[in-house]
Design a protein around this ligand. Structure first.
Ligand code: AMP
Length: 399
């Protein structure tokens, strides 16, 4: 069974065609700058690459590019489109409506649309992606939606409520939802496998550290708390996002600078975090190299990030009542070994010990344990694979 996995953004659409026989990636690519000018890149599992500037006015036109590339004589990986058995879509916000992956129906599309106010940029683009897919592939190819929020739906109410007047929860569904759920789910399951344990018998803290970052506490395979909230702005500091802060900071700056809510939103989402503190870049690699060259604001950004990771691990260890394993994943978690080293050395008080040499080598897609055999908590680096989870869920549902 071959499954096409789609991640549709407002101006981009990433895809992977996965052969479920051995879970190999047959082809992957990205349609960028949809509705602007358009750039398309397609790479096959055996290393053939096709790249071109091509106007894509909308998601349907982007899908036509994907379709043509998949069956192209030179760059294709299948003979006919009918070889695609099903399509799985990543959906950012499932709200309280969707606690698990589901087959797309008219009603499901309406449900995702009804959640647009909670994730205006993402959910609107996802719906465009689903509709474009229906147009190009037709109704006979089943489509499945997999939600970033679903894995977090097990959080108890005391963890997901915000202490604002209850009426806003009732009227507008204002609460913590959490994101990156597919990633936290994948790495926690993989972690239990690597530990040789049933996930039901584990307490795991997963650190998804990338351009967007979130940390999750998972007890027996069920999320009990997570750092992102109503939107992906909450939690630890990120590339351009603040993470949590005193809400008065927002009203104070907005008043001083005469910012409208949407201007303030831009400051919080696009101009803060690593970029705002360092003044160098939102990218950890740039900030780390500036810090190594003596840039003190870049060093401060790094110190703040590591401090926040440490704080979350400490507080989540408390809410879990102990921790068996800590997992690092995503661009920063999988590659920036110095952050892992600094965080883990500061966890020595709870018996965490890592092998610094093993840790240094766990980069660029390497999966493995970086803690020493006598560490009281196992520490892993596990490259995330959200596309695979989407493909697996899709296969399960259409089978
Ligand atoms: P992500 O959002 O998961 O793609 O992660 C992006 C972040 O990971 C950026 O801050 C990058 O600086 C950081 N990063 C560090 N090393 C790498 C690497 N080898 N490949 C990709 N991202 C990296």
């Amino acid at each position: 069974m071959k499954i096409l996995v789609i991640n549709a953004g407002s101006s981009s659409m990433k895809y992977q065609l996965i052969d479920m026989k051995d879970e190999s990636v047959l082809a992957k690519g990205n349609c960028e700058r949809i509705g602007v000018d358009g750039h398309f890149k397609h790479t096959t599992g055996d290393g053939r690459t096709y790249e071109t500037d091509v106007v894509m006015n909308n998601h349907t036109e982007a899908f036509v590019q994907i379709k043509n590339a998949l069956i192209d004589e030179q760059y294709g990986v299948i003979k006919e489109l009918s070889e695609v058995s099903a399509i799985g879509h990543r959906i950012v916000q499932g709200g309280a409506l969707f606690s698990e992956s589901t087959i797309v129906t008219e009603e499901v599309i309406k449900g995702i649309e009804s959640l647009i106010p909670l994730a205006p940029l993402h959910n609107a683009a996802h719906v465009q992606g689903i509709k474009a897919c229906l147009e190009v592939f037709g109704k006979d190819v089943p489509e499945v939606v997999v939600f970033d929020t679903a894995f977090h739906s097990t959080m108890p109410q005391k963890a997901f409520m915000y202490p604002v007047p209850y009426e806003y929860y009732e009227k507008y569904a204002v609460r913590r939802y959490g994101f990156h759920g597919t990633s936290h789910r994948y790495v926690s399951q993989r972690c239990a496998e690597l530990m040789g344990k049933d996930i039901k018998d584990t307490k795991i803290i997963t650190c998804h550290l990338g351009n967007g970052s979130s940390i999750t506490a998972i007890d027996g395979g069920k999320v009990i708390d997570t750092s992102m909230g109503l939107t992906p702005l909450d939690g630890i500091m990120m590339g351009t996002r603040t993470g949590s802060l005193d809400p008065s900071v927002v009203t104070f700056i907005a008043e001083k600078e005469h910012f409208s809510p949407s201007e303030m939103d831009t400051v919080l989402n696009k101009k803060s975090g690593f970029l705002g503190i360092s003044g160098v870049s939102s990218d950890d690699r740039d900030v780390s190299s500036a810090a190594a060259d003596g840039n003190t604001r870049a060093q401060l950004a790094i110190d703040m990030l590591e401090y926040e990771i440490l704080k979350y691990i400490g507080s989540y260890t408390a809410v879990l009542g102990g921790v068996d394993a800590i997992v690092f994943t995503a661009g920063i978690g999988e590659n920036q070994y110095s952050h892992r080293e600094n965080v883990c050395h500061n966890l020595a008080y709870m018996g965490v010990k890592i092998d610094d040499e093993v840790n240094k080598k766990a980069i660029r897609g390497v999966e493995g344990k970086i803690s020493t055999p006598d560490s009281s908590v196992e520490v892993f680096v596990i490259p995330t694979n959200e596309e695979l989870v989407i493909a697996r869920d899709t296969m399960e549902l259409v089978k």
